[in-house]
Design a protein around this ligand. Sequence first.
Ligand SMILES: Nc1ncnc2c1ncn2[C@@H]1O[C@H](COP(=O)(O)OP(=O)(O)OP(=O)(O)O)[C@@H](O)[C@H]1O
Length: 338
Amino acid sequence: MTRPIVEVDRVEKRFPLKDSLIARLLGNEEYVRAVDGVSLSIDPGETLALVGESGSGKSTLANLVTGLHAPTSGTIRFDGEEVGVATRRDPEVLADIGMVFQNPKGSLDPRIDVENVIAEPLKARGWSRSEWKPKVEDLVDRVNLSPSYLARHPHELSGGEAQRVAIARAIALDPRVIVLDEPVSALDVSVQAKILNLLMELQADLDLTYLFIAHDLNVVEHIADRVAVMYLGNLMELAPTEALFAGSTHPYTETLLSAIPSVDPTREKDRVVLGDDVPSPVDPPSGCVFHTRCPLADERCVGEVPDPVTVGEATSWCHYARSFADDQTRLVEAASDD
Ligand SMILES: Nc1ncnc2c1ncn2[C@@H]1O[C@H](COP(=O)(O)OP(=O)(O)OP(=O)(O)O)[C@@H](O)[C@H]1O
């Protein structure tokens, strides 16, 4: 069995709401529970997608994996080694994980040309000009940009071109894992497909592992091997992409799937619309955190935190995952009764 390259074990991340000394002394300091006890692992060469609404904790979880945040509790292991405070600053560990962000232009320094943007991480590691120059030329070629782009500045690039540059920079130090935080959300649909294809090509050529964050499921269908669905800092469902699209095991996943516009009439789903009343992560609901919006919730969901349930290849944090997987029509009926 292959050992996972990333292991997230019962990780919590809480941010203090206000830095009030009095609240702290009185012991009633309030916290945002951004990530609330998540466990998952990523295998080498795999693409794991993290999806969920805004504020569900996706970026915080990604920042925990890259070491930008330290967990409040729980552990993160990279290639079997716990990513602790010391290793988090270790240049070797940092070089193993690359990052690509949503807004490509915003993530590139506007004052420097593409050649120097891509060379930045290499220079920071002490590469001389004669060492980094050929490497940068190879990187621009790898992301399918011609050498003429090297002299351009970020404002002279389209969104897709800027994202190619950001990807070239992210792979400069030959990382093993890349965290892609909404890498195509800011791009036109036709450009999105090209960037996704490029990412898949690079993954195959360079043996990369991806943690791919997206707020909707549409984008991840073709790139992800597995999908982790998050809601209010908790995992709702974790399943192979194909299995998830063939039939989800959690009412929350189903609402996300039903929101995808489909060009395939056999995939047409009745849209399940939830109210906007997402509870506060400062005081999340008891039991299943999704119960306040779930059209199928009952007393058990209010009172008991669901244990993970295995349904086929999926793991689901829903008391009724098995019966839900068998019959999702009840959700549509219950939602339209509301
Ligand atoms: N540094 C911080 N300090 C305080 N609260 C934070 C901090 N970072 C994130 N949060 C809160 O943690 C929760 C999870 O945020 P996070 O950005 O991880 O969600 P997300 O799913 O990535 O959302 P989005 O899709 O909008 O980026 C939110 O309630 C957010 O306001």
